[in-house]
Write a protein of this length. Structure first.
Length: 506
């Protein structure tokens, strides 16, 4: 073992200009490649034909998305419309066809402005998602039976969501310029295909992925605009601004963060302000519904509620979940400032969204979509990614079998409550496992698959190779870098933003 070298003792030629090939760097990827002829050889000609990584991965993403549509076929052909539990026993449930009628689209009601006839007074989704749903209803045929219209509505939404899925895969492929093949992890993720058309989350995920790509290309205003739009579609993306603030603090990049924050605020207001001014009750329904919603599926809070004689109230759970999330935010901020090398942006973005998912009072199966692209950028290791995906697929099956059990009456077909608790536990452990691996990479950066190949922070934009100006703890002292160095010599803090060699603690 030897201490990780500073830039002064590192050859200037350690950065390889060639793309990183997973089949040469990752044993699991190499083994899986045997299905298509084996790992790439050193004489392979890349980028010399139409089949570029971006195009290959986009086509794979479309193929996997199509398989996800096939998996929903039993519901499309009747389970959504006949039988209370058949859509659960076939594990093909989707909110989309049910909400076509349930949220007034069949009656041409205007979201947020027109009251709904049922228990839900207004549409309970953020504004940009409501626009997406409304546009899909305009493209849906208004003739035929209600079943026929709901089938059309789902198909129209599926087509629009498929575009979002391709955007996500392409953005991840292009974010780490030297690692384009990591995008295959997104395209091939089984939980991604299974949950893509349950709800409308892919819209926010696509905008967030595009925002991360813009940040990696040193376009902070475009990043902010896209992140603001993503937050207008789903609440979670704004959380990414937290770790970005701390990273820019450590690197002294306040101007770029200010541009990003300003762009996000303006974009969010452009979408939300008109509805806020003219239909405030409808606009605020998403926020009041989120606050008033009780403990629900997928969270550790549900296990607690099911196993206590005096379950906490919704207000208490809201308070405790908020405190837990704040503790996680504080821990991530501390990790950012004391790490021996400034963490990569994607690593912290993954950790903050994972913390939100783990502490939240509800975990719908499609929430896994929020993490998939960030997980690939944070830790592009096939073994760890697939372990996590197996856990998420197990939860996907578990929730539907549990709902089949609760809706099948005396037949009790499916998974009982105790079994569902185990499924929740598998999901929680899988996500925690990936979080632990990312934290280990941060504390021991020589274990980070991205940095092992000579990069600093390819998704970091202005942070890539930037000097540190504020560091706490041992990292502030010279030579306090991670030990156990086994990879190639890496230049510390000498990326696109600097002209010379810098040590990590400068």
């Amino acid at each position: 073992m030897c201490p990780m070298p500073s830039a002064e003792s590192t050859p200037a030629s350690v950065r390889e200009p060639d793309s990183v090939r997973p089949t040469r760097e990752d044993a699991v990827a190499a083994a899986g490649s045997e299905l298509i002829g084996g790992p790439l050889g050193r004489r392979a000609l890349l980028g010399t034909s139409w089949w570029t990584p971006v195009r290959v991965i986009a086509l794979v993403a479309i193929g996997m998305f199509a398989l996800g549509l096939v998996q929903k076929a039993p519901c499309y052909n009747g389970a959504w419309f006949f039988g209370a539990s058949s859509q659960y026993t076939h594990a093909c449930y989707s909110d989309i066809p049910h909400l076509y009628q349930g949220r007034g689209f069949v009656d041409d009601l205007v979201p947020y402005f027109d009251k709904l006839p049922g228990d839900m007074e207004y549409l309970e989704y953020p504004v940009l998602t409501g626009v997406f749903m409304e546009v899909a209803s305009w493209l849906t045929t208004g003739s035929g039976s209600i079943q026929h219209q709901e089938q059309w509505y789902w198909m129209v939404n599926a087509g629009m969501l498929m575009v979002c899925a391709v955007v996500i895969a392409v953005c991840v492929t292009r974010t780490h310029a030297r690692r384009p093949w990591d995008g295959l992890l997104v395209a091939l993720a089984p939980a991604f295909a299974l949950t893509a058309t349950i709800n409308w989350d892919l819209l926010a995920v696509a905008l967030t992925s595009a925002a991360v790509l813009m940040w990696s290309r040193v376009r902070p205003v475009a990043f902010g605009v896209l992140l603001g739009l993503a937050t207008a579609a789903k609440l979670y993306p704004f959380l990414i601004l937290g770790p970005l603030l701390v990273l820019c603090w450590r690197a002294g990049r306040w101007r770029e963060f200010g541009k990003a924050l300003g762009g996000a605020a303006v974009a969010w207001l452009v979408v939300n302000l008109p509805v806020m001014l003219f239909a405030f009750d409808g606009w605020s329904k998403f926020y009041t519904f989120s606050q008033e919603r009780g403990v629900d599926f997928g969270s550790f809070w549900l296990i607690l509620v099911h196993n206590t004689d005096n379950p906490p109230s919704t207000e208490t759970v809201n308070t405790l979940a908020t405190l837990l999330m704040l503790l996680c935010c504080g821990a991530i901020a501390a990790l950012t400032l004391i790490a021996p090398r400034r963490p990569r942006f994607a690593q912290l973005a993954f950790l903050i969204i994972a913390a939100f998912i783990l502490t939240n009072k509800v975990y719908s199966p499609q929430y896994v979509l929020w993490l998939v692209p960030l997980a690939v950028l944070a830790r592009p290791k096939w073994r760890d990614f697939l372990i996590w995906q197996v856990c998420e697929v197990a939860y996907f099956l578990g929730i539907w079998m549990y709902l089949a059990y609760t809706t099948s009456g005396d037949a009790h077909k499916g998974l009982p409550t105790d079994g569902y608790h185990w499924a929740i536990g598998v999901h929680l452990l899988g996500t925690l496992f990936l979080c632990v691996m990312v934290v280990r990479d941060i504390l021991m950066p020589d274990r980070d698959p991205v940095r092992q190949t000579g990069d600093d922070d390819p998704s970091g934009g202005v942070l890539d190779g930037a000097r540190d100006v504020f560091v706490l703890g041992p990292a502030a002292r010279t030579g306090q870098h991670s030990a156990h160095f086994e990879g190639p010599l890496v230049r510390w803090g000498a990326g696109r933003q600097t002209g010379g060699s810098l040590s990590a603690n400068e």
